[in-house]
Design a protein around this ligand. Structure first.
Ligand SMILES: Nc1nc2c(ncn2[C@@H]2O[C@H](COP(=O)(O)OP(=O)(O)OP(=O)(O)O)[C@@H](O)[C@H]2O)c(=O)[nH]1
Length: 314
């Protein structure tokens, strides 16, 4: 992945993770007035990391490493932060995977799921824009037919970014829209079909019925579709985002995650907890409301920002 340090994206990332880094910083700061790293401070550091949403496993690993390498030595803040950054990077590296467009035959079908308000609609627009920048032909399907507003909102985005959209009436059949999308997309040489789905994660049975119907219909056109099922998570919900992966990840056949609103929260550590716990690819992150505030990420860069470490992880 290209080095994005000293770029506008890096500035956005840094601004996005600032509240998360500040929270970790203030959780750790009071611990740095000791001279030596003793057991009590190790316990407190572990607690501070858990309180910063990094997840218990990562917190324990950082504690163990501090104990091995620095026990009874000078408690040097930069050294602790560097170890935090390195351990967080180890967790993020295997999951930081951009969406690859490689389906043959085309189009690659990406189903996007997520609760209402998670940023699903905006994410679809941002993802479409990102793929357009990579020279892919993108088409949208307004498959969240439960709310007229969702259809309207996606149409507005489609027009703004200049991509075709297949949409129907409120209450219409999502699976038949997807069918139409694949037909039309194939006819005009679309590379990627991004499908919005009903944001009813609360109603698991309803969502599962709908997804399996979409799968059945798609399977008749192309057994490999859907190629991706992306779950959009709102980082501001913290541990709730983890429960959503738990509840829907396996049953909905989620193949990857997108985490949004990392700029609006001090709970950005949840990105690390999600990576640690599920190991699902994290395709991209959102750090703002504009189309440009969304990308795949460099795990080392993000780890350094979360840890507030000035030292480079690499
Ligand atoms: N700060 C910030 N806001 C975001 C981000 N992503 C989305 N939003 C905002 O979150 C709000 C909800 O986003 P939507 O895309 O409408 O969410 P949705 O999941 O489709 O919600 P419904 O349309 O209600 O189902 C909007 O105001 C977006 O601008 C992000 O990364 N950062």
């Amino acid at each position: 992945m290209s080095d994005t340090r000293n770029t506008p994206w890096h500035d956005k990332l840094a601004a996005g993770f600032r509240r998360t880094a500040d929270r970790l910083g203030s959780n750790l700061d009071s611990l740095f007035n000791k001279e030596k790293l003793d057991r009590q401070t190790l316990d407190a550091i572990e607690e501070a990391l858990i309180a910063s949403d990094l997840g218990p496993v990562t917190a324990m690993r950082i504690r163990d490493r501090l104990e091995d390498e620095r026990y009874d030595k000078d408690l040097d803040e930069a050294g602790v932060r560097k170890i935090v950054a390195e351990e967080v990077a180890k967790v993020l590296r295997p999951v930081a995977k951009p969406l690859e467009i490689e389906a043959f035959p085309r189009p690659q079908v990406i189903l996007v799921i997520g609760v209402n308000g998670s940023g699903k609609t905006t994410t679809i627009a941002k993802l479409a824009h990102l793929l357009q920048e990579q020279d892919y032909q993108v088409m949208l399907v307004a498959g969240d037919t439960f709310r007229a507003a969702a259809i309207g909102q996606l149409k507005v985005w489609a027009e703004r970014i200049g991509v075709p959209i297949i949409s129907g009436k409120e209450g219409g059949d999502a699976a038949s829209l997807v069918w139409e999308g694949v037909k039309q997309g194939t006819a005009i040489g679309t590379d990627v079909l991004i499908v919005d789905t009903a944001g009813r994660l609360q109603n698991k049975a309803g969502l599962m019925d709908e997804l399996s119907k979409i799968r059945r219909v798609l399977g008749r056109l192309n057994p490999a579709a859907p190629h991706d099922v992306v779950l959009v998570l709102d980082a501001t919900t913290g541990q709730n985002a983890i429960s959503q992966i738990e509840i829907f990840g396996r049953d909905a056949g989620v193949t990857g995650l997108v985490m949004t609103k990392l700029d609006g929260t001090a709970k950005g550590g949840v990105l690390v907890a999600a990576a640690e716990k599920f190991g699902l690819p994290i395709h991209a992150i959102g750090v703002g409301e504009t189309l440009e505030d969304f990308r795949s990420f460099d795990p080392d860069e993000v780890a350094g920002l979360i840890a507030g470490s000035k030292a480079s992880v690499k």
